[in-house]
Write a protein that binds this ligand. Structure first.
Ligand SMILES: Cc1cc2nc3c(=O)[nH]c(=O)nc-3n(C[C@H](O)[C@H](O)[C@H](O)COP(=O)(O)O)c2cc1C
Length: 212
C-alpha cells in the first residue's frame, strides 16, 4: 500500500499534486544509458548562475541523485561516491518549491522533511540559486565517523561532500542540466529547518535546473 501511494504521487508530478502535506516520493531506477560520454561531460562542465523556470522530470532527478551518491553495488550497499573509510557520511537534502526531502539512497526514495520551500535559505542572497527548481544540500554526519565531531573528521566530511559535489557537477554536465557548487547558504537556519542533529554539518549545495 505504501509503495502504491509513492507510485501514485510520482505519477501525478514529481513533487505531488497538493502542497498542503508533503509525501514521500519513490524515485525511478537510474537510466544508466542516458547522457553524454564522460569526456564530453568534462568538456561541458561549468558553473551556471542563471536558471530557467523549468522543472526537472522525475527521471532526471532520479538519475542525478543516483549519480551523486546512489547505491551502485547493491550486494554490498556501496555508493557512486567514495567516502573515507566507507563512512558514507554524506546525505543529500533535496529542496524544492513544495518542500524539502532527504534522499534515501538505499530505498531510492525521497523522505519528506518539511513542506517549507527552503531554497531562499540555501541561496542566502544569491537570488539566482532560489530560481533553480531544485537545490541539493550536502550534509556530512560526523557521528558516522570514528571519534565523532573532531577537527579531522570535519575535514573528512568536507572532502567527502566535495566528492559528491563533483559527481553532481559532472552528472549535470553529461545530462544537459545546469548547476554550480556553492559554499554559501544559511547554515544555522537550514540546520534548524532540516532538523539536523548537532553532528550533521552542511558543507556545500547545488542549485540544479536548466540554463536560461
Ligand atoms: C568549494 C566551492 C565553493 C563555492 N561556492 C560558491 C558560492 O557560494 N557561490 C557561487 O556563486 N559559486 C561558488 N563556487 C563556484 C566557483 O565560483 C566556480 O567553480 C569558479 O568560479 C570556477 O568557475 P567554473 O565552475 O565555471 O569553472 C564554489 C566552488 C567551490 C569549489
Amino acid at each position: 500500500m505504501k509503495n502504491f501511494v509513492f507510485a501514485m504521487m510520482a505519477a501525478c508530478s514529481i513533487f505531488g499534486a497538493s502542497a498542503q502535506d508533503l509525501h514521500g516520493i519513490s524515485l525511478n531506477a537510474p537510466s544508466k544509458q542516458c547522457g553524454t560520454d564522460v569526456m564530453t561531460a568534462f568538456a561541458n562542465r561549468q558553473s551556471c548562475r542563471s536558471y530557467a523556470d523549468k522543472e526537472l522530470s522525475l527521471q532526471q532527478l532520479s538519475d542525478l541523485l543516483w549519480a551523486a551518491n546512489g547505491v551502485n553495488r547493491p550486494e554490498k550497499g556501496m555508493r557512486t561516491a567514495p567516502s573515507a573509510l566507507n563512512y558514507q557520511d554524506v546525505d543529500i537534502y533535496v529542496c524544492t518549491a513544495k518542500g524539502a526531502y532527504l534522499y534515501d539512497a538505499k530505498a531510492n526514495k525521497l523522505v519528506p522533511v518539511t513542506a517549507e520551500d527552503l531554497r531562499k535559505d540555501v541561496a542566502k542572497g544569491q537570488d539566482f540559486a532560489a530560481v533553480a527548481p531544485v537545490s541539493l544540500v550536502l550534509v556530512s554526519d560526523l557521528s558516522k565517523m570514528r571519534g565523532g565531531d573532531t577537527p579531522q573528521n570535519r575535514l573528512t566530511g568536507a572532502l567527502d561532500a566535495g566528492i559528491v559535489s563533483q559527481n553532481i557537477s559532472i552528472a549535470c554536465a553529461g545530462m544537459g542540466l545546469a548547476t554550480v557548487p556553492r559554499g554559501t547558504m544559511d547554515k544555522e537556519v537550514l540546520a534548524q529547518k532540516l532538523k539536523l542533529k548537532a553532528t550533521q554539518v552542511p558543507f556545500l549545495n547545488h542549485p540544479v535546473g536548466f540554463a536560461k
